[in-house]
Design a protein around this ligand. Structure first.
Ligand code: PCA
Length: 321
């Protein structure tokens, strides 16, 4: 009996003095060759180093642990403590989440940064209501158009089966009289191979990673928006960390955000070159095409404003000031 208590007491002491180490499973939607995923692997590494192994993260990329559409709710319900997803996927919950995917609102990194500064506090407040805490957000390079043959005007998009990744792109395709079809990034090659998709708008990163030269001939640099990914942690899980580990998480997150934006900028040039090297014709849009795209963008922004919450609208006015 006495021995038993002594042993229990000794174990109690050991766990009180030694830091409890935790491992977090982290689902992400995109593959390991994606720069966002590379940045997250570095975030995990930085965190393990900063905490002396007290907090380690196991990254499960390419939707291998949860499909993209389920990642947010998996974090919310604490099936996983942390995860990444495409921010504007949440625009059906509040249009505040989708402002970065509206055409021609923010088309440069400078404007995208300004937009994120305006969007961040609103996103933090909305997510806090669901027990979620955003850690960092990184944009994809500006989005361009992938087609077979050159596109001279919006009319040329009419009738094409158009791969979409969110509601805004579906609306865009519909306004261009194309037929939208939702396809995850990792399923793009298959969607084009089977004829399910014939055109798409995405970054040079995703174009090059999906070997777009296997299924399209032209890339038109419309550069109309820079949508973001976001990394989110469950707030209760975060609050349960020791103050030191909380600080380490926030520091690693700030470093990951700064690094990710730089990676994105480098990626825009490097992956456009990869596409050119593989035989894709890179073109600037004609004036006629640009004005047609801008008209679609204007309609979309009117719709967005008409349906936006006050907090969503506050992002736009803060950004425009
Ligand atoms: N790549 C992702 C989202 C935006 C991007 O550039 C995709 O195409 O799904």
């Amino acid at each position: 009996m006495i021995m038993k208590y002594a042993a229990a007491f000794a174990i109690g002491l050991a766990s009180a003095t030694a830091a409890i180490s935790e491992t977090w499973d982290m689902p992400t939607p995109y593959g390991d060759s994606t720069f966002h995923t590379a940045n997250i692997h570095q975030f995990a590494k930085d965190l393990a180093t900063a905490t002396n192994g007290e907090l380690t993260i196991t990254v499960h990329s390419a939707g291998s642990l949860f499909p993209h559409a389920e990642i947010k709710n998996a974090i919310r319900s604490r099936q996983v403590p942390i995860g990444e997803f495409f921010l504007s996927r949440l625009s059906n919950e509040d249009l505040a989440f989708g402002i970065d995917s509206q055409p021609f609102v923010a088309t440069s990194y400078e404007d995208a940064e300004k937009l994120w500064a305006a969007q961040r506090p609103v996103i933090e407040a909305l997510m806090a209501k669901e027990g979620l805490k955003p850690l960092f957000s990184v944009p994809w390079p500006a989005q361009g158009l992938y087609t077979n043959g050159e596109i001279a005007s919006v009319d040329d998009l009419s009738g094409l089966r158009f791969r979409a990744y969110n509601a805004a792109l579906e609306e865009f395709a519909t306004l261009a009289k194309a037929a939208p079809v939702q396809v995850e990034a990792s399923d793009i090659p298959q969607a084009f191979a089977t004829g399910q998709a014939q055109a798409m708008i995405t970054s040079p990163s995703t174009g090059a990673n999906s070997k777009a030269w296997d299924f399209v001939t032209h890339y038109t640099q419309i550069d109309a928006w820079l949508p973001k990914n976001i990394v989110v942690v469950n707030a209760r899980v975060f609050d349960g960390l020791s103050p030191d580990v909380q600080t380490a998480v926030m520091e690693a997150a700030a470093a990951a955000e700064a690094r990710g934006w730089e990676m994105s900028k480098a990626e825009a040039t490097a992956k456009t070159k990869v596409m050119a090297d593989n035989g894709i014709t890179i073109v600037a849009p004609s004036d006629e095409f640009v004005s047609g795209l801008q008209a679609i963008g204007a309609t979309m922004l009117d719709n967005w404003k008409a349906n936006a919450s006050d907090s969503a609208l506050s992002i736009l006015s803060a950004f425009q000031n």
